[in-house]
Write a protein that binds this ligand. Structure first.
Ligand code: HEC
Length: 108
């Protein structure tokens, strides 16, 4: 592959995972949501939580904001057998889910 193509590809890929930064207030709000919604019962973040499911400290390297949001809105058991214990947050307000998704997309 020509180097210029490689750089182009890299730009596209990194842009796909770009996450808007949060204000200090939003950051604190998102941290509170992570606790209030019980994510720590299964996921570790900043060394606080459980290891029933994968830690989310670097989830932003794998999923972007839209993908995380999509994941949180899935009905339970829709993402394959390994995912069957991940609850659905379809009844949580979209504003809260978006904030939480952006917060997590910034974990890299
Ligand atoms: C009852 C346990 C449980 C709770 C509570 C839970 N999850 Fe999960 N979650 C899982 C499991 C199991 C998976 C799939 C396998 C894994 O990641 O280890 C998963 C997967 C995910 C993924 C995809 C991870 C990846 O690498 O593809 C994200 C993002 C996620 N959870 C975020 C959250 C957030 C945010 C909350 C709180 C709003 C939450 N989870 C609450 C169990 C849980």
């Amino acid at each position: 592959m020509k180097p210029v193509f490689f750089i182009f590809l890299l730009l596209i890929l990194s842009n796909g995972l770009h996450a808007e930064p949060l204000t200090k207030d939003q950051h604190q709000q998102a941290q509170r949501l992570f606790i209030a919604l019980g994510c720590r019962a299964c996921h570790d973040l900043n060394e606080s939580g459980s290891n029933l499911a994968k830690p989310l400290d670097r989830i932003g390297l794998k999923l972007n904001e839209a993908e995380i949001l999509h994941r949180l809105q899935q009905p339970p058991g829709k993402m394959g057998p390994k995912d069957k214990f991940m609850p659905s947050y379809q009844t949580t307000s979209i504003e809260q889910l978006k904030l939480l998704s952006r917060f997590l997309a910034n974990r890299k």
